[in-house]
Design a protein around this ligand. Structure first.
Ligand SMILES: Nc1ncnc2c1ncn2[C@@H]1O[C@H](COP(=O)(O)OP(=O)(O)O)[C@@H](O)[C@H]1O
Ligand SMILES: CC(C)(COP(=O)(O)O)[C@@H](O)C(=O)NCCC(=O)O
Ligand SMILES: [K+]
Length: 244
């Protein structure tokens, strides 16, 4: 079996695959003591561990130590690349791109023909546009939901608000409404802009992933929800690497 790990800045997500089928999946906060405890009994059957990560080098080393204690399988890290299978990165310095963006794009590129947009609503929100030729047109990096709410709390003295999952975008009549509706209003505006960009650029598909994907969809983003997009791209890259 193979353990696939997507370690973002908030959560670690993983898939356990064997003979081409899904054996298990899970997630844990990055600072969890034992993130793979649910599959400890299967660790002896894991023959390879592949990782896509954007965390700090210190946290990456800690994750590697946790995995080495969990299982003796070889651990392979996969990073963003200049090109793969017809997908061409717009970055000239591809080692600066988050591996999650590259793996999500590669999964979308492999899944179907035609240009597409990938939105990953995680700690940060990333948006990437890829033409039907496979040329990455570039993308955007925006603060994620918790990042935005935290900055309002920390950087503004008089903004106190309750957390709620309200989906209204009408003008607010309290601090909580102004903050919560403001987030939905911003996401609805972003959704409309992505739709306009895709129409202008001729991108026929929008795929969304990440912990806040459902919130974005509720705010109006028309997209295919692909919760494991990064892990699917990682699986494809690692499979190709194994066969090289
Ligand atoms: N169980 C959860 N724990 C933490 N954040 C969550 C959870 N479920 C949804 N979220 C939302 O998802 C975002 C994190 O998304 P995620 O894709 O896990 O991030 P990353 O890939 O950066 O680790 C947070 O901003 C939060 O709003
Ligand atoms: C933008 C990101 C932090 C998003 O990661 P996440 O929100 O999943 O933790 C990650 O893709 C990253 O660290 N990128 C490096 C900078 C770049 O892609 O240009
Ligand atoms: K992510």
């Amino acid at each position: 079996m193979k353990l696939l790990v997507d370690a973002g800045n908030t959560r670690l997500k993983w898939l356990l695959v064997g003979d081409g089928r899904l054996v298990g999946s899970g997630s844990a906060t990055l600072d969890a003591d034992d993130p793979f405890c649910d599959i400890r009994c299967q660790s002896a059957d894991i023959k390879r561990i592949a990782i896509s990560t954007v965390i700090s080098e210190e946290r990456r080393r800690h994750l590697q130590m946790q995995l080495e204690a969990f299982c003796c399988a070889p651990i392979v890290f996969h990073w963003a690349e200049p090109r793969r299978g017809g997908l061409v990165n717009a970055y000239t310095e591809t080692d600066r791109m988050g591996a999650d963006r590259w793996h999500a794009m590669y999964a979308a590129w492999q899944a179907d023909v035609g240009g597409f947009a990938v939105v990953d609503a995680g700690s940060a929100i990333t948006i990437d546009y890829v033409a039907d030729s496979g040329g990455h047109l570039g993308g955007y990096i925006l603060p994620g939901k918790q990042m935005m709410l935290r900055s309002l709390r920390q950087d503004a003295a008089r903004i106190g608000f309750e957390v709620s999952d309200v989906q209204a975008a009408e003008p607010g009549a309290s601090t909580t409404e102004c903050v919560q509706h403001g987030l939905v209003w911003l996401w609805a505006s972003m959704a409309a802009r992505i739709e306009a960009d895709c129409s202008r650029l001729g991108l026929g598909r929008v795929l969304v992933t990440g912990g806040d994907a459902e919130g974005l969809i509720e705010a109006g983003l028309s997209a295919h929800h692909e919760p494991s997009l990064v892990l699917k791209g990682l699986a494809a890259v690692d499979g190709e690497s194994e066969r090289e």
